[in-house]
Design a protein around this ligand. Structure first.
Ligand code: SAH
Length: 219
């Protein structure tokens, strides 16, 4: 078995298990998870574990989220192929690449320059062209690129950062973990055409903290 076919095999088993557990249903999300080479988003010594059920370290004390979390967040976001998406917390860039499969354009922010640099290099290697990644505090969003049809926050916030709501397009949707530094619940916000923001709760989550002006203090 070549290395590539071994990884494809592991990826197919990961997707089958996500389908079995009900973590994912949307065929477009299933296809994206089956396509993006997750093993290319971890360090060489972790490649064997890349398709396992766990979060893995990616440097700077941060992690690549476990497959079930990426699947669930993506499913909740309901991305359409015409959407412009803002992601806050690029990390490894794996979730970013999944979003890039589904959306028209993805903007992604990462506070650690080293992680952003690595994610940019991966996008280039994998020929993902509809993504722009930058390294600054994304807790206030990215006003220059707004409005966004979809906003995905992949770090836990103490509460909804006020600027994010103002950067959502009418009909827009945002998924964000809200709660304490250790545990959060996944909030889904929808902005209707009349400008009303509706919040629903999509269950418990545990993300690394969103650190920044509209998030937690570092440390
Ligand atoms: N989806 C990513 C998750 C990485 S963990 C993956 O699966 O690889 C969350 C990331 O959010 C971390 O890399 C962390 O550094 C980043 N982060 C935390 N606060 C941030 C902020 N205010 N702006 C941008 N990135 C932030």
């Amino acid at each position: 078995m070549t290395d590539d076919s071994r990884q494809r095999d592991r990826r197919e088993r990961m997707v089958a298990s996500l389908l079995r557990n009900g973590a994912v249903r949307d065929p477009r999300v299933v296809a994206a998870l089956g396509k993006v080479p997750r093993h290319r988003f971890v360090a060489p010594n972790l490649i064997r574990d890349a398709y396992g059920r766990h979060a893995l370290p990616i440097g700077e004390g941060q992690t690549i989220s476990q497959p079930s979390v990426v699947a669930r967040m993506t499913e909740l976001l309901e991305v359409r192929d015409t959407d412009v998406v803002l992601e806050i917390g690029t990390g490894s860039g794996y979730q970013t690449a999944i979003l890039a499969e589904l959306a028209r354009r993805v903007y992604s922010l990462e506070r650690f320059p080293s992680l952003a640099r690595r994610a940019i290099a991966r996008m280039r290697e994998l020929n993902v062209l509809n993504v722009k990644i930058q390294d600054f505090d994304g807790s206030g969003g990215w006003p220059e690129m707004a409005p966004f049809d979809r906003v995905l926050v992949t770090a836990g916030a103490p509460a909804l950062p006020a600027p994010l709501a103002t950067q959502l397009a009418p009909g827009g949707r945002m998924v964000i973990p809200e709660g304490s530094r250790e545990e959060q619940s996944l909030a889904v916000y929808e902005l209707d055409a009349g400008g009303n923001l509706r919040r629903t709760d999509a269950g418990p989550a545990a993300f690394v903290p969103l650190v920044g002006d509209y998030g937690w203090e570092s440390g």
